[in-house]
Design a protein around this ligand. Structure first.
Ligand code: CTP
Ligand code: CA
Length: 228
């Protein structure tokens, strides 16, 4: 009902959202993941659709219903997520990276289930770093030429402002959104810190869908100012 009255702030825009955790296989029956619920990313996808955008939601393994009108692409690993994101970013005008991408994956996933051999010896896992999806797309030609507006998220356990400012510069994005603690994983509300070159703005604690709508309104102003 609310969406009926909302102005279509993102009409003509193509929005790409990554959401949820990734799952990095150790063997065919085990893997490494994290507690991301995907709720913030799904709320942003929903809000972007309400605002008139064509929305693709690249989702890691989460049990959430697909927001109405949103094109959902399910992925598992960070490498899968990167491939899907790079694909859809060719046409996207806005990219919002909310996914909690696993920073590392097992260097070699075993082809068969790893078995106990009875000796009590434990397996050793070695890791390699996963690709940085946000940094990759932020460095793309379309982002650099202003055709793709990239937004990052950050959940920090300490020094949110300083870490978010540093992360914004490191990722090379115009807008980095910090989750204001305590840890928001799985909860239905959140509070956000919008960090840009021009300064910092806080969105006070409320439901993730309302925050998502405010963030979308903010992004629509930024992308219009940029001349789209
Ligand atoms: N991100 C990504 N690909 C990765 C890691 C992170 O796209 N391999 C994106 C996240 O979706 C988020 C932003 O980058 O939008 C910041 O993620 P975060 O985990 O906070 O940053 P990292 O660079 O991984 O640094 P660290 O976890 O060490 O704080
Ligand atoms: Ca990380």
């Amino acid at each position: 009902v609310i969406s009926f009255f909302q102005p279509k702030l993102l009409l003509g825009q193509q929005v790409l959202v990554t959401a949820g955790p990734t799952y990095e296989a150790i063997d065919p029956v085990r893997g490494i993941t994290n507690l991301s619920s995907g709720k913030m990313g799904f709320a942003i996808a929903r809000a972007a659709h309400e605002a008139g955008a064509a929305v693709t939601l690249v989702a890691g393994p989460v049990h959430l219903p697909t927001p109405r009108g949103v094109h959902r692409v399910n992925v598992t690993s960070a490498q899968n997520m990167l491939a899907a994101a790079v694909d859809y970013a060719q046409k996207a005008t806005i990219f919002v990276a909310t996914a909690a991408v696993a920073d590392w994956r097992p260097a070699l996933a075993a082809e068969q289930k790893i078995k106990k051999d009875g000796s009590g010896v434990v397996p050793t896992l070695s890791f390699v770093e996963n690709p940085d999806i946000l940094a990759t797309l932020a460095q793309s030609l379309r982002a650099q030429s202003g055709d793709l507006f990239c937004v990052g998220f950050a959940a920090e356990s300490q020094d949110l402002l300083a870490n978010a400012q540093a992360k914004r510069l490191r990722k090379g994005v115009p807008l980095l959104v910090g989750n204001i603690g305590p840890a928001t994983f799985g909860q239905d509300d959140n509070a956000l810190l919008l960090v840009q070159a021009s300064g910092v703005q806080e969105l006070a604690r409320e439901s993730k869908i309302n925050l998502a709508r405010k963030l979308i309104a903010h992004i629509s102003i930024k992308t219009r100012a940029r001349g789209q």
